[in-house]
Ligand binder design. Structure first.
Ligand code: G4P
Length: 526
């Protein structure tokens, strides 16, 4: 019988991240295809939000609603149990992605060979870097014209601020693309465009094997050998330890749409990617192999049906075995709760599970007990470190327009904030509530949901702010002086922490210069 340790060791929990359109959905689908979780391509209804000009947020929420089941996709691949955590493609939901990244043990980044590193990839990489998350990079769309692979490698290194090491190498690109040489396994895969099948593999001993010349022609074979020589000269040997520490990213090349280079990626991934790691709680480090169960809520998915105000809380298991109908302590409330219908996510189906292990995600139907960041344990008082909030990009004052419904509005705002839809700050100068988001869409989502789920009406009042940053200082006097000077721009977050509302980058820079004793933080985890 498999022990807890065996279960932990075989688990790989990760997310695929990319700038929209680089190929995340396509790659996810192909990984599921290899895992036997789906049988034909085109079957994944992903979190992908179609970017049509007319799509308003209701469409988007409908699409998101469909995607509960694909929020987590679990499947077995050989001896491994793989959990892919999906992240929304739309950048207005970037905050969801940040939180999902706290629940994974590694990530795969997809980059479009023609576009290189794009804005969202850069931002998501910053989150990975904060947590030293191991990263593998897949350079996609080699069947299309694109940039020189060496140039892409330089850009990845410079823009993502991480060391890179190619583990596969393309032979030409675009119309002349012939295949990839797998540096990791010393094998050659020849490219035949096909959306459903795997490519042809040529058995060779190494790159000097004459069969390489036969397969791709002498000119391209010579170029491949030159390229590889250059790679060996420039890049140090692949060092797995460095990868696990988040300092070095192995790079693969391929075409997700053509199922090309994907299996190589997957085979290497399961071998080198980490199984669930210890998690630092406020009290102590929690090791996955501990017998006692612990986990935390990293995402809450609301049901958009106003008649059933229920949601699903996604719990990442950090240690021990989770069992159905066993009492677990909800640390924030102190209540012991039993879950009769926890769901696991296998392939694209949700089903009730009796047990789950570290690295797994269980979905718990909830009616408002949970808040993002909540901890569940077998009894021990553990608090997993709060998931970071990042300084929002957009701010608006929220105003009640129906004085008879102020209670409903208050409750609605609190619950939506618990779900992590946006961040709430209270301006200390005028006492007004300020909502911060990463995209315009959330304001529409909030307004709609307040009305339909809570019967409360609100309107938005614009405020021009550059950033909200958390401030702290070891020097109480300096802190008090700062707060006094900036009293019109001071707010508190929901935990009562001091937040400075900077209305321009100039003001922020000046504040940083004038008050050297104050530390300014752009994420709440400091
Ligand atoms: P995303 O989730 O990262 O946003 O990207 P997605 O997989 O949806 O891919 C974006 C577009 O790029 C899709 O085309 C997809 O078919 C295409 N694509 C993905 N991988 C490759 C590849 O290896 N080569 C080529 N040539 N194209 C690729 P679309 O027309 O926007 O959507 P669809 O109608 O094909 O679904």
């Amino acid at each position: 019988m498999a022990t807890l340790n065996d279960e932990i060791r075989r688990r790989r929990t990760f997310a695929i991240i990319s700038h929209p359109d680089a190929g995340k959905t396509t790659l996810t689908e192909k990984l599921l295809l290899f895992g036997g979780a789906i049988h034909i391509a085109g079957a994944v209804k992903s979190n992908k939000i179609k970017k049509t000009a007319t799509s308003d947020w209701m469409d988007i929420e409908k699409q998101r609603g469909i995607s509960v089941a694909t929020s987590v996709m679990g499947f077995d691949y050989g001896d491994y149990k793989i959990n892919i955590l999906d992240t929304p493609g739309h950048q207005d939901f970037a905050e969801d992605t940040y939180r999902t990244l706290t629940a994974v043990d590694s990530v795969i980044i997809v980059v479009d060979v023609a576009k290189g590193v794009e804005q969202q990839t850069r931002r998501l990489m910053e989150v990975c870097r904060m947590r030293n998350t191991p990263v593998i990079i897949f350079v996609n769309k080699l069947d299309r014209e694109g940039r020189d692979p060496f140039e892409i490698l330089d850009e990845l290194e410079a823009e993502l601020k991480i060391g890179v090491r190619p583990l596969s190498w393309p032979i030409n690109i675009g119309a002349k693309f012939k295949g990839v040489y797998n540096i990791y396994e010393h094998s050659l895969d020849l490219f035949t465009p096909n959306k459903q099948r795997v490519s042809e593999r040529v058995e060779i001993d190494d790159v000097n094997d004459p069969r390489v010349d036969e397969a791709v022609g002498e000119v391209d074979a010579a170029k491949l050998r030159d390229d590889l020589e250059l790679i060996e000269g420039v890049y140090p040997e692949f060092d797995k330890e460095q990868y696990l520490q988040g300092k070095l990213a192995p790079v693969f090349f391929g075409s997700a749409l053509n199922t090309f280079g994907v299996k190589e990626l997957l085979d290497c991934f399961v071998e080198i990617a980490p199984s669930p790691k210890p998690v630092q709680a406020e009290e102590r480090e929690i090791r996955p192999e501990e017998d006692a169960f612990s986990g935390f809520v990293f995402k809450i998915h609301a049901n958009m049906d106003p008649n059933h105000r229920s949601c699903i809380a996604f719990v990442k298991i950090c240690s021990g075995k989770f069992e159905r109908n066993v009492g677990y302590k909800h640390i924030r409330s102190g209540k012991v709760m039993k879950f009769a219908a926890p769901t696991a996510f296998m392939a694209q189906k949700k089903s009730i599970v009796d047990e789950a292990y570290p690295g797994d995600i269980v979905g718990i139907p909830d009616t408002g007990n949970f808040k993002i960041g909540d901890t569940l344990t077998s009894g021990e008082e553990i608090h997993f470190k709060g998931l970071p909030s990042f300084s929002p990009e957009m701010f608006k004052y929220i105003e009640n327009t129906d004085p008879m419904k102020s209670k409903q509005l208050e409750k609605g705002i609190q619950q939506l904030m618990d779900e992590g839809v946006a961040q709430l700050f209270i301006n200390q100068f005028n006492g007004r509530k300020l909502i911060g988001t990463v995209g315009q869409l959330q304001f529409e989502v909030i307004q709609y949901r307040l009305l339909h789920e809570y019967g409360a009406q609100c309107r938005w009042e614009p405020i021009s702010l550059y950033k909200a940053c958390w401030i702290e200082s070891d020097d109480a006097e300096a802190l008090a002086a700062f707060k006094k000077r900036k009293h019109q721009f001071m707010a508190v977050d929901r935990e009562g922490r001091d937040v400075f509302l900077a209305d321009s980058s100039y003001v922020l820079t000046m504040a940083q210069q004038d008050f050297p004793a104050i530390r300014f933080h752009f994420s709440s985890e400091f």
